[in-house]
Write a protein that binds this ligand. Structure first.
Ligand SMILES: NC(=O)c1ccc[n+]([C@@H]2O[C@H](COP(=O)([O-])OP(=O)(O)OC[C@H]3O[C@@H](n4cnc5c(N)ncnc54)[C@H](O)[C@@H]3O)[C@@H](O)[C@H]2O)c1
Length: 433
């Protein structure tokens, strides 16, 4: 089977590499020529565990191709997967469809033979109808089906999630498309392939992300409760999560959610509802509380600074561990807030220094290691849950600090051990302190 993927970012690249690894002939297209040139040389353009090796292997086998030549790649394809960005519109904050609409306008004239055009980008409900109409208007004789194939991978686990998806949701009423997709996912024996109508599929993606955003918001609210009640959120989350009706995932209190999906998808869903005259108070509250949470975290760090113009060591800039993605990262938002208050920030992230610099520029200093960031600081703020931060030799690191204060917004460090070393430790929701 020949697969063309349009958009070679955090979704398109791991998916393309993954399908090639399964033996499919894959053409990855992007209109960013610099990105394609790097990928053609086997250089990864984003950080994802295991991706570099798999990319190299599949380039060498000749199964994986990178190109800016969209017409050529589309002509080859049995399935065209759309994986371009759908960022928030700068004014209305609804999902901006300009990239996906441009992509289907570009590809429509080049469809040849029966082709399934699958939307992996997260798109508002009804977009499948819209894209289908655009393509039919451009190429009325083309033989194609537009299906919804939402993506559920987690950055940092993208390859794992590609090979072991919990479910594959397919939105289509077309029997031909259904057969082709069944064939495509034949190797994924243990994953549940669920066929629904296109609008249900588009809705499932938004409803999933909104639910997770609400769940995170809920556990942060319980963390605040614990701080007053004297309970420990880590123990409470363990106790709650053992109830299978609730489940233990997404019960980690922290600085609020971020990244390229939850913030924009919750806002886009709420926008859709408003267009229909519908209220979504749970989703709207999650959005507002999450924004406030990040400001509260910055205020918490500021309140604990022992001196004016404090030197703050920031550990972590990526929106979560395992990725270099800083889009809507809580860490970046907290740093930006701290910068409004005369602070002197030195930051370190194992993977996201470059992507963070595109957002924060020279407003902060960048260290070569966590230890370098910590040296000479008045206070450390742990903002991303990279496991290596827990492995720092904190005894030694503490000796290089002016004041031994840590605000651990991820409850990552071993609290008892850190306190034994003489640090003033502030986690999240750890009321018994
Ligand atoms: N990142 C995630 O974890 C994730 C998870 C699930 C769903 N999604 C959704 O998947 C979609 C893609 O997300 P992403 O994070 O991979 O985005 P991204 O910004 O990392 O990648 C998008 C790529 O598309 C390219 N592109 C844009 N317009 C193009 C065009 N007309 N022709 C060819 N290439 C074009 C861009 O150059 C870029 O490389 C979004 O709708 C997102 O909401 C993302």
């Amino acid at each position: 089977m020949k697969i063309t993927i349009i958009g070679t970012g955090y979704v398109g690249l791991p998916s393309g590499v993954g399908f090639a690894e399964l033996g499919q002939e894959v053409y990855c297209v992007d209109n960013n020529a610099q990105k394609i040139a790097m990928l053609q040389k086997g250089e990864v353009t984003l950080f994802e565990d295991g991706l570099a090796d798999m990319l190299e292997r599949n380039l060498a086998s000749g199964k994986l191709h990178f190109t800016t030549d969209l017409p050529f790649a589309v002509k080859q394809a049995d399935i065209v997967i759309l994986a371009v960005g759908t960022p928030p519109h700068p004014v209305t904050k609804e999902a901006d469809l300009q990239y996906i609409e441009a992509a289907v306008k570009d590809l429509a004239p080049h469809l040849s033979g029966y082709t399934v055009v699958a939307t992996k980008s997260t798109v508002p409900v009804g977009t499948g109808d819209k894209l289908e109409k655009i393509m039919r208007d451009i190429n009325p004789s083309a033989d194609f089906d537009v299906i919804s194939l939402p993506e559920f991978l987690r950055e940092g686990f993208a390859l794992h999630d590609f090979f072991y998806p919990e479910r594959i949701i397919v939105g289509t009423d077309s029997e031909r498309a259904r057969k082709l997709i069944q064939q495509l996912y034949l190797p994924f024996k243990n994953s549940r392939l669920v066929f629904v109508n296109r609008k249900s599929s588009e809705t499932i993606k938004y409803a999933s992300n909104a639910f997770l955003a609400i769940k995170l918001n809920y556990i942060n609210e319980i963390a605040n409760f614990c701080e007053k009640s004297g309970a420990d959120i880590e123990e409470v989350a363990l106790g709650i999560g053992l109830d299978s009706r609730i489940g233990s995932k997404f019960l980690k209190a922290g600085p609020g959610y971020g990244g390229s999906c939850f913030p924009k998808d919750t806002v886009a869903m709420s926008y859709m509802a408003r267009q229909w005259g519908l209220k979504m108070p749970l989703v709207d509250t999650a959005i507002a509380e999450n924004d406030q949470r990040q400001i509260d975290m910055a205020q918490r760090v500021l309140a604990l600074c022992p001196v004016a113009n404090a030197k703050i060591a920031v550990l972590g800039l990526a929106f979560k561990n395992g990725t270099d993605d800083c889009r809507t990262s809580p860490a970046v938002k907290i740093v930006s807030e701290l910068l409004q208050h005369n602070t002197d920030i030195t930051a370190y992230d194992p993977q996201a220094m470059q992507t963070a610099q595109t957002l924060l520029g020279d407003k902060i200093k960048y260290a070569d290691s966590a230890e370098q960031a910590i040296a000479g600081s008045d206070i450390v703020a742990v903002l991303t849950e990279w496991p290596e931060f827990a492995d720092i030799n904190w005894e030694k690191a503490g000796q290089t600090m002016k004041h031994k204060i840590i605000v651990d917004c991820r409850n990552l460090l071993p609290m008892a051990e850190i306190e034994r070393l003489g640090f003033e430790y502030h986690g999240i929701g750890r009321g018994k302190k």
